[in-house]
Design a protein around this ligand. Structure first.
Ligand code: MTE
Length: 318
């Protein structure tokens, strides 16, 4: 793996002609210059990437999409504040370009992989049902690549059993990391068992709604694990470490009786303070209109993932 050095991109390349480029070229272009962030109007002028070249990943649940407005304005990203509107309102100073992710630990080839290299993986659009532990849910058209493709580059050793993830710490650009009140210990950390990480449903997302991932959703690269509660979807990842032991996770460390390591969506295991049997689909019937529906085991992905847990007590391993 080589170190990422941002290639120079002449401003003239960021023109409406990009409309004719393939989706992946567009993503690379945006990544290379940081121009999508610096000049949103130039990027906004490009058409919807999904419409340009839809390569559906085959996981579309066939439900109405949550509006882009809701997906990008109702967020959890405590590095920017604890209110749902904070990430959209307070992440404008965050600059996710250039970017690289360090992969180390129990791998044959540790090293840094640049964003550009990640954007060169085969990007697919996957429409996933997402479910937050607070009982709201969304259906989001993600753009990303399987985490397994990234891990394969580093060549995990036979002794690796878990994958630990870490978010960037950058107080200058992340207002939630400054000041007297620190809602969480930084960095935000998460983890998966290696077989969960290698599962084809597990992706690293670099975009949504056909666009480069907005800061509030975890730019430039974040984890998406659709059968788990939303807090497993760690954002703005800078480090991935393969380990033999189960790694610590932010919410489990903070409140182990409320948030387990596995965090599989499970309507039969209530959060100690509320039921997990129902969820409110955001954006259906008005932004906060009640759109209650029963929560599905493994968020509806049981056919694909139940086998990962066949000999486990899911009430003990919540
Ligand atoms: N990642 C970091 N670094 N910091 C966070 O506060 N919040 C998590 C997760 N990833 C969080 C994070 C929680 S609680 C949820 S529900 C999802 O991000 C929300 O993702 P979204 O805003 O893209 O819907």
């Amino acid at each position: 793996m080589r170190r990422y050095t941002p290639p120079p991109v002449p401003g003239s390349e960021i023109t409406p002609e990009s409309a004719y480029l393939r989706r992946r070229d567009l993503m690379r272009l945006a990544a290379a210059g940081g121009l999508a962030m610096a000049t949103p109007s130039a990027f906004a002028a490009t058409p919807d990437l999904a419409a340009l070249e839809a390569e559906p990943g085959g996981y579309d649940p066939g439900e109405d999409l949550t509006s882009e407005e809701a997906v990008t304005s109702y967020n959890n990203f405590y590095e920017f504040g604890t209110e749902k509107g904070d990430p959209a309102a307070r992440s404008g100073d965050f600059n996710p370009r250039p970017w690289s992710v360090m992969i180390d630990g129990l791998v044959r080839k540790p090293g840094e992989i640049g964003l550009e290299e990640m954007l060169a993986f085969d990007l697919e659009e996957r429409i996933y049902r997402m479910r937050c532990v607070e009982a709201w849910s969304m259906v989001i058209p993600w753009i990303g690549f399987p985490l397994s493709a990234l891990l394969a580059k580093a060549e995990p050793l036979g002794s690796a059993k878990y994958v630990a993830f870490e978010t960037i710490v950058r107080a200058e650009e992340m207002p939630g990391q400054r000041g007297a009140f620190q809602p969480l210990p930084w960095p935000y950390v998460e983890g998966l068992r290696l077989d969960e990480a290698m599962h084809p449903l597990t992706i690293m997302s670099v975009g949504l709604y056909g666009k480069v991932l907005p800061n509030q959703n975890g730019a430039p690269v974040r984890l998406v694990v659709p059968w788990k509660y939303g807090f497993k979807g760690i954002k703005s990842i800078v480090k991935i470490t393969l380990t033999e032991e189960e790694p610590p996770t932010t919410w489990n460390r903070l409140a182990p009786n409320e948030y387990g390591f596995y965090a599989n969506v499970n309507p039969e295991v209530d959060h100690p303070r509320w039921s997990q049997a129902q969820e409110n689909r955001i954006g259906g019937g008005g932004f906060f209109g009640s759109n209650e529906r029963p929560t599905l085991m493994f968020n509806g992905y049981g056919d694909e993932v139940a086998g990962l847990y066949k000999d486990m007590d899911l009430k003990a391993n919540f």
